[in-house]
Design a protein. Structure first.
Length: 246
């Protein structure tokens, strides 16, 4: 499928920025590229078999125990790579060091993945940040992944279709039940934009899938017909916390 002109222009703008301000690799900090081929090769790309719903890597392409016991609100969730080593470094640079160009370059495998999954999507939205965190960071890292996807694929992009209605604490270090409680009811969706639509929610990292599930629940409550989730990375659970699902 040929790239859309608007997406080509977006990539060209980042190429111009790279000429003016030579980048460093988000994974290894070598000069010359925002994401080098060596780091790309070292990334642990997730391939089947996975749980067909939550996307958790496993030995067989069957529903994992958690999805059988408590089916999530989203139809399916997938991630490009394991959150470790070079991918972790890149996400941290994107998220905490203002390295915005990483969002464009690492949206590319997500674009490829979405084409391969065959999901028919009407609307793309990023997981929204709370107002305090957005003010502190100045940007939403999930939006830097989601917007190029919408440009490349010609899918409507309405980030304000989904909003965070209360501040939540970081999910880092929380157990499954704590993660679910932390984000329960934290999101709201605008019915006039999502009703009857199949929505793709994009984020940088998923661990338990609790945030994506809470987003999906809000979108479905507002009338969305189905919700899919796509993230750049998937963080592994500690065995004592959740051995079988995302």
């Amino acid at each position: 499928m040929p790239e859309r002109l608007v997406y080509q222009a977006y990539r060209f703008l980042w190429t111009m920025v790279d000429w003016l301000y030579p980048p460093v690799c988000g994974g290894c900090e070598e000069k010359g590229e925002r994401w080098c081929e060596a780091c790309n090769r070292r990334s642990q790309v997730i391939v089947p078999p996975v749980c067909p719903v939550c996307g958790q890597p496993q030995a067989e392409e069957v529903l994992c125990r958690r999805c059988r016991q408590a089916p999530p609100a989203y139809t399916a969730l997938r991630s490009w790579a394991i959150f470790g080593n070079q991918v972790r470094n890149a996400v941290h640079r994107l998220k905490y060091k203002g390295d915005l160009g990483i969002g464009e370059v690492l949206s590319r495998p997500l674009i490829t993945g979405l084409r391969q999954y065959g999901w028919v999507v009407d609307l793309i939205v990023p997981v929204p940040l709370g107002l305090a965190r957005l003010a502190e960071r100045g940007y939403n890292q999930a939006a830097l992944l989601a917007w190029p996807m919408a440009l490349a694929l010609g899918i409507s992009y309405r980030p304000k279709s989904l909003c965070r209605v209360r501040e939540t604490r970081s999910q880092v270090g929380l157990k499954l039940a704590e993660r679910q409680e932390n984000v329960q009811g934290a999101f709201s969706a605008r019915r006039e934009w999502v009703a009857g639509k199949t929505v793709l929610v994009v984020d940088d990292v998923t661990t338990s899938g609790s945030t994506l599930n809470a987003c999906a629940a809000a979108l479905l409550e507002a009338g969305a017909s189905a919700v899919y989730g796509l993230t750049l990375a998937r963080a592994a659970w500690e065995p004592a916390q959740a051995p079988v699902a995302a």
